[in-house]
Design a protein around this ligand. Sequence first.
Ligand code: AMP
Length: 209
Amino acid sequence: MKLIFLGPPGAGKGTMAGRTKDLLDIPHVSTGALFRENIATQTPLGLAIKETMDQGNLVTDEITVALVKNRLDRPDAATGFILDGFPRTIPQAVALSEIRELDHVINLSCPPEKLVQRLTGRRQCQVCGRIFHIKFMPPKVDGKCDDDGTELSIRDDDKLEAVKNRLKVYADSTRPLVTWYKDHGLLRIVDASKAPDGVFEAIKDVIGY
Ligand code: AMP
């Protein structure tokens, strides 16, 4: 199955893509995570994009499309994948439509006031990538990953100033994709303002599981 998780920052794309990946056993391709790996290992790409990402701005379409094409060409993505955070612009969606046919574009919709609260409270394990929230999904031991005990950290772009910018960038560049995918008959709307289990059930309904 070939899926896209669309939605504003903080809608829960990463969390839901992770759960759906386990259900379907297909790769979860997060452009944000791939970029963060490049930053952590200080590759030339990582050094070039760090400032852009820290401020919550978009990496260029050219760089992003090349990264995704490269990832989707790997054998594990031959029969299915979940794209999380890509596409984020119309040119990216056009480029994707030229290389892959999709089954569903799942739009996780959530009111803006909830998004800020979700993003600024988000904490992530740098080792396994698991996401927690200080209020809504706290780890068993304060500040430590449930899976491997690693100290949890806050992403630079989850700080309030960057969050505000990311929501503006979403409204300007990414929200037009909702109409674009609706016009292409692929849009499925899921109410992502509920608790995670309820959102996941709605996603399972959409994909027929
Ligand atoms: P995310 O983890 O999806 O919230 O992405 C974090 C950051 O990575 C974004 O704020 C952008 O700076 C960059 N990024 C991720 N996906 C894309 C994309 N499809 N196009 C451009 N920049 C992206």
